[in-house]
Design a protein around this ligand. Structure first.
Ligand SMILES: CCCCCCCCCCC/C=C/C(=O)SCCNC(=O)CCNC(=O)[C@H](O)C(C)(C)COP(=O)(O)OP(=O)(O)OC[C@H]1O[C@@H](n2cnc3c(N)ncnc32)[C@H](O)[C@@H]1OP(=O)(O)O
Ligand SMILES: Cc1cc2nc3c(=O)[nH]c(=O)nc-3n(C[C@H](O)[C@H](O)[C@H](O)COP(=O)(O)OP(=O)(O)OC[C@H]3O[C@@H](n4cnc5c(N)ncnc54)[C@H](O)[C@@H]3O)c2cc1C
Length: 627
């Protein structure tokens, strides 16, 4: 029945202060207030409805996204929302759109790689959305290998301009979000050529479309790259293709914080690492880690609530069947994902601090922690997105057949989320960067340069370097093992930061105790999953492995009465969850049944096509002798 909380009995079992946990999850009382207020604003405004997406064609879907983006901007302006509130509103609108790249990459690129003068010119236009930008780095032929990009930017000292050109088909820009139909400007990454000499890949601000009629400018060929995975999903985004035919831009539109070209045609490299050109990618990778905790927590919320509602088998003397959340196998699949959602939340908080710290150091020309920041953002982006994509799929399976319905919210969440394992750096390529960082650290052991921060533990492997054991084979030959070592390194960081979080003051009855249980589940689940490595390296004995397994089962029993409260703490509205299986009141079956009849296919009891195809089939005269 509507209005009845079918999960009240579960909520009454909670052993901790859920409101206090909501503050922990949000990060602070202020963050909770903003999040709570904006999520309810979006949920209550019919202009942001999203339950009709699966019935729209690509063009209708895209136009609807443009409408929503414009409506969101009008809401932001009319309500005079702060930057923080505006970001939260775009988050709860929950639809990939060109605005993600405008705010999430185009603006950060200008802030991170532009000079003060360039920031003063371009940022006010971007903040007022008088220009709409995208981040055009990837090409048809190259994405991972940035140094392999083919687009050229040739300096013409006669006119004090750069000539941006796509020399080959494979140099066509391909994938940039917002590029296909909306962006008026791009940060285009191209090989800088000055006086016939190449100076690596740099960023250039290029106008793509007229600000009068939105038509592509001379020399610009631009369009959408076509349908992507899933039906709705990421097809709300116009990932684009772009070719330059000798497009001329003023010299001052090369982002010049890292490298400069003077009007005389002199190339100058600032005394900053060339890799600062990659700074935007580092920034987005750390936001992607925070996004992972959001996506995984959404899936876990749906699967946990539905696991408490769903009953299957186990009826005694005509009594109710067993809640599937009480099966140990369901708990062993679900609760490690619940623990991971919290673990990723806290590692995301730490990574945001690390990124802010390295940014502050860079402003003081202190580059000492840049390698660690690169390794951490790359590795943790890889680890959390892989675990989250796999976790969303596991949550779908935890919901049985109904998990496969669009109305469960899980297929769409999976389809929108999985490219996170690829964009902003293919996850394997990024782990190889971590492996390179670890090997460089090992090679420096024994020198005066002592490992600190997240690699401080590596002093303990120093003896390996001294005995020079093992055959020195190439990095490439050992890359599979090195990638595994990189994952282990990142997992150690996640566990360490979860433990550090627990050493902080955490208010609220029973809140810290619940987080300790989740931290132990996260760590012991890893130990159980990789016990082969721990046993073969002598880190643990078989007895330890058995104890860990026993403790895991005990920890699952401790989580069980608190599971619904732990997902309530995410404070997601039913609108944001977009899931009948995950609705707050647990009133699943009536909602599933009602939703079915809203499908366009049920607009008529006799399907369109019956008379053309089915009736002739049924009424066929000729039947085979066997029938
Ligand atoms: C409202 C906010 C909403 C935000 C929402 C955003 C939503 C996102 C939606 C999705 C958008 C997607 C966008 C994209 O995908 S943009 C394109 C992303 N592309 C990539 O990530 C490319 C990956 N490839 C690379 O990064 C580089 O090619 C790679 C690092 C793999 C190799 O680079 P390179 O060949 O130049 O370098 P080397 O490997 O030779 O290393 C040389 C040294 O440089 C160090 N290094 C490398 N990268 C960095 C870095 N980023 N920062 C610092 N240092 C770096 C590397 O460690 C080497 O150092 P050593 O010589 O000391 O070993
Ligand atoms: C939804 C989506 C949105 C995107 N948005 C943008 C955007 O806004 N702007 C933008 O510029 N780009 C964007 N991209 C492009 C994205 O950044 C690239 O696709 C990504 O960096 C991966 O590069 P790639 O496609 O070249 O993969 P590849 O490198 O071709 O990967 C193919 C395979 O090769 C392997 N591989 C590659 N190199 C190595 C190596 N050295 N050693 C071992 N294995 C290797 C990879 O692990 C992978 O298994 C987007 C992509 C997607 C899917």
């Amino acid at each position: 029945m509507e209005g009845v909380d079918h999960l009240a009995h579960e909520r009454n079992k909670s052993e901790f202060d859920v409101d206090a946990m909501k503050i922990v999850w949000a990060g602070s009382p202020h963050a909770f207030d903003v999040s709570d207020r904006i999520s309810k604003l979006v949920a209550s405004d019919p202009g942001f409805r999203k339950d009709n997406r699966s019935t729209l064609s690509r063009k209708e879907l895209f136009k609807n996204t443009l409408r929503k983006a414009a409506y969101a901007w009008k809401t932001i302006v009319d309500l005079r929302l702060s930057e923080e509130e505006a970001a939260k509103l775009r988050f709860y609108v929950d639809e990939p759109a060109f605005t993600d790249l405008h705010w999430g990459m185009f603006i950060p690129a200008i802030k991170g790689q532009g000079t003060e003068e360039q920031q003063q010119k371009w940022l006010p236009l971007a903040y007022k959305m008088q220009i709409i930008g995208c981040y055009a780095q990837t090409e048809l032929g190259h994405g991972s290998n940035v140094q392999g990009l083919e687009t050229t930017a040739t300096f013409d000292p006669q006119t004090d301009e750069f000539i941006i050109h796509s020399p080959t088909l494979t140099s066509s820009k391909w994938w940039p979000g917002g590029l296909g139909k909306v962006a008026t400007h791009a940060i285009a990454y191209a090989r800088l050529i000055v006086g016939g000499r190449e100076h690596g890949v740099n960023g250039f601000i290029v106008q793509l479309r007229s600000l009068e009629d939105h038509s592509p400018l001379l020399g610009i060929t631009v369009g959408d790259i076509g349908m992507k995975f899933g039906n709705g999903a990421y097809n709300t985004m116009d990932n684009g293709v772009l070719r330059f035919d000798h497009v001329r831009i003023p010299r001052n539109q090369m982002l010049m914080r890292v490298s400069q070209v003077t009007c005389e045609g002199k190339y100058k490299q600032s005394d900053v690492p060339r890799q600062l050109v990659y700074g935007t990618m580092v920034y987005v990778r750390q936001t992607i880690v925070a996004d992972a905790s959001c996506a995984l927590s959404r899936a876990v919320c749906i699967a946990t609530r539905y696991s408490a509602v769903r009953r299957q088998f186990g009826s005694q003397n005509g009594g109710p069947e067993t809640q599937v959340i009480d099966y140990k196998t369901q708990q062993s699949r679900l609760f490690p994902l619940l623990a991971s959602a919290y673990a990723f939340r806290f590692i995301g908080e730490w990574l945001k601090w690390l990124y802010a710290d390295v940014t502050q150091r860079l402003q003081a020309n202190d580059f000492s922690t840049l390698p660690e920041a690169h390794a951490c953002t790359a590795g943790l982006k890889s680890l959390t997105t892989t675990a989250t994509a796999d976790g969303i799929e596991e949550c779908r399976k935890l919901c049985g057949g109904h998990g496969y319905l669009c109305s469960s919210g899980l297929p769409e969440l999976f389809a929108v989320y999985v490219p996170a394992c690829t964009y902003e750096g293919d996850n394997t390529v990024l782990l190889l960067q971590v492996a390179r960082f670890l090997m460089k650290t090992v090679s420096q052991l024994g020198s005066s340069k002592k490992p600190v921060g997240t690699i401080a533990y590596m002093t303990r492997v120093e003896h390996l370097m001294q005995c020079r054991c093992g055959v020195q084979r190439g990095f490439a030959e050992l890359s599979v093992d090195l990638v595994e070592a990189a994952v282990a390194h990142c997992q150690l960081i996640v566990v360490s930061k979860f433990i550090e979080k627990l050493q902080q003051e955490i208010p609220g009855k029973g809140v810290k105790q619940q987080l300790e249980v989740l931290c132990n589940i996260y760590a012991l689940f890893l130990l159980h999953k990789h016990q082969g490595d721990f046993l073969s390296t002598g880190c643990i004995t078989p007895k330890h492995a058995a104890l860990a397994n026993d403790e895991l089962r005990s920890l699952y029993s401790q989580v069980r009465p608190n599971a619904i409260a732990l997902v309530d703490a995410f404070n997601y509205t039913d609108h944001y969850l977009g899931s009948i299986l995950g609705c707050y009141d647990g009133n699943v079956y009536p909602k599933l049944y009602e939703a079915a009849w809203k499908d366009p296919l049920n607009e008529s009891v006799v399907p369109d096509g019956y008379h053309q195809y089915i009736r002739p089939l049924l009424k066929q005269e000729i039947r085979t002798a066997r029938l």
